[in-house]
Design a binder for this molecule. Structure first.
Ligand code: SAM
Length: 379
C-alpha cells in the first residue's frame, strides 16, 4: 500500500516567499518526502532544471501546468539522447544491464519534478486540470489536505485511469479487460493467442499463478474450464482480476487470492505466464517482469507437481529473451523442468509483435528481434 493511503501519510514541507508550507506527500514508489525542495516556474530552462535534479534536489513547479508538462518532456528527451549516443556494450547482457540502469536513473531524476494538487486532487497550477479520476483509484479519496506529487508518476496514473476506463479487447474473452494501475496488462497480444491454439480445457479445474488482470484464467473459463483459482503476490492484481471476472459474469467460477505462487490444493491444469527476466526487480511494478535470481521460475517448477491432480498438466508461458540476452544459460530451463520431476509433453510458440521487437534503434534489437514466447506443456 502506498504510504499516501496510510492514516498518517508522510508530509512534505517547504517555503514559498518566506512562508512555511506543507502538503501530503504521495509517492507511488514510496520514496521518502524530499529534504531539499526548490521552486521552478515557467522561466526554468531544461538545462537548469536538470542541473538541480542531478544535485539530488526536488523541484516543485509553480507556473503553468502545460509548461510543467513541456519541461518534463524536454528533460526526458535530453536524458534519452544521452543514452542513445553512447558506444555499443561488449555483450547483450551488458547492453541490457546498462540500458536498464540508465533508464532507472532517468526515471529517478524525472520523478523529482513535482506539482501541487489541491485538497480535491486538482492540479493547483494555472491551466491545472482535475485529476481525481486518476488519483482516487491509487491513493484513495482525498483527505482534505493538499498534495505534492511527482508529475511523471501522475502521468502514469492518468494513462492507467484512461486505460482502465476504456478497457482492452482480448480475442476470446466475453468482454473487455480492464487493467488497474500497476497491474501487468496483456498489451503484447501474442501470448493470449497461445491459449487459443491449444486443446480446450473442458471441465478442468485450473490454477492461474501470477494472474495479473486475470486474462489467462478468464480465457480458459471462456474455453470451457470448470473453475479457476487465481493467485498474485500483488493485491492490486487480485482486485483487478476479481473485477474483470465479475464484469464478464463468471461469478463463483473464478476466485482470486493473494498468495506467493500456488493456492492450496490441486488442479487439473496450472497455467502461468512467469516474469521472464532473471534480474532483481527495482520497484513493485517490476515484479511482473523481473524475477530475482530466477526464484519464481525455480520455485514454480519445483512446487508444481505437488499441486497437480493425477494426470494434470502445467502450461508455462515464457519468453526466451533471457537466453538471448545471456541472462539464463541455454538448457537451464530444461534442467529445472527435469529436476522438478516434470516432462515436456509439447510446446507451442509465437513471435512477439510489440514495437521494440522491430525497432532497429533499440540497443537490444538483435536479441529482441529473434525473441520467441513459448507455451511449455509439462506433466
Ligand atoms: C508476466 S505477469 C503475468 C500476468 C498475467 N498472468 C498475464 O499473463 O498477463 C507475472 C505476474 O506474476 C505476479 N507475481 C510475481 N511474483 C509472484 C509470486 N511470487 N506469486 C504470485 N504472483 C507473482 C506479478 O504480480 C504479475 O502479475
Amino acid at each position: 500500500m502506498s504510504g499516501c493511503m496510510s492514516n498518517e501519510p508522510p508530509v512534505v514541507r517547504w517555503k514559498e516567499k518566506g512562508e512555511p508550507r506543507e502538503a501530503r506527500w504521495c509517492s507511488e514508489a514510496d520514496l521518502p518526502p524530499p529534504r531539499t525542495l526548490l521552486l521552478a516556474d515557467d522561466r526554468t530552462t531544461a538545462e537548469k532544471a536538470l542541473g538541480t535534479l542531478r544535485q539530488g534536489s526536488y523541484l516543485l513547479y509553480g507556473g503553468d501546468y502545460l509548461n510543467a508538462r513541456q519541461l518534463l518532456a524536454a528533460l526526458g528527451r535530453r536524458l534519452a539522447k544521452k543514452r542513445r549516443d553512447q558506444r555499443p556494450a561488449p555483450s547483450p547482457a551488458e547492453a541490457f544491464r546498462r540500458e536498464r540502469g540508465q533508464r532507472a536513473e532517468e526515471h529517478r531524476l524525472l520523478t523529482r519534478l513535482l506539482v501541487p494538487l489541491d485538497a480535491e486532487y486538482r492540479v493547483a497550477l494555472r491551466r491545472g486540470v482535475d485529476l481525481r479520476a486518476a488519483c482516487e483509484p491509487v491513493w484513495g479519496p482525498p483527505d482534505g489536505r493538499p498534495v505534492v506529487a511527482s508529475l511523471r508518476e501522475l502521468q502514469g496514473m492518468i494513462g492507467a485511469a484512461q486505460w482502465r476506463e476504456r478497457g482492452l479487447e482480448v480475442k476470446g474473452l466475453p468482454g473487455r479487460l480492464h487493467p488497474h494501475y500497476g497491474v501487468f496488462a496483456p498489451t503484447r497480444g501474442e501470448y493470449p493467442a497461445l491459449l487459443r491454439k491449444v486443446p480446450a480445457p473442458e471441465g478442468k479445474r485450473v490454477f492461474d499463478v501470477g494472474t495479473g488482470t486475470g486474462v489467462l484464467g478468464l480465457l480458459l473459463l471462456a474455453r470451457g474450464a470448470r473453475d479457476v483459482v487465481a493467485t498474485d503476490i500483488d493485491p492490486r492484481a487480485v482486485a483487478c482480476a476479481r473485477e474483470n471476472a465479475e464484469r464478464m459474469g463468471f461469478g463463483a467460477r473464478f476466485t482470486a487470492l493473494q498468495a506467493d505462487l500456488f493456492p492450496p490444493g490441486e488442479a487439473d491444469l496450472i497455467v502461468c505466464n512467469a516474469p521472464w527476466i532473471p534480474e532483481r526487480p527495482r520497484t513493485a511494478l517490476d515484479r511482473a517482469v523481473y524475477d530475482a535470481e530466477g526464484r519464481f521460475l525455480r520455485d514454480f517448477l519445483a512446487g508444481a507437481r505437488a499441486h497437480l491432480a493425477p494426470g494434470g498438466e502445467v502450461w508455462l508461458i515464457l519468453s526466451d529473451l533471457a537466453e538471448r540476452l545471456g541472462l539464463r544459460e541455454e538448457g537451464e530451463l530444461e534442467k529445472q523442468i527435469e529436476s522438478a520431476g516434470l516432462t515436456v509433453r509439447w510446446k507451442q510458440e509465437v513471435v512477439p509483435t510489440h514495437g521494440k521487437a522491430s525497432d532497429p534503434e533499440d540497443p537490444l534489437h538483435g536479441a529482441r528481434s529473434g525473441e520467441v514466447v513459448r507455451l511449455w506443456c509439462l506433466s
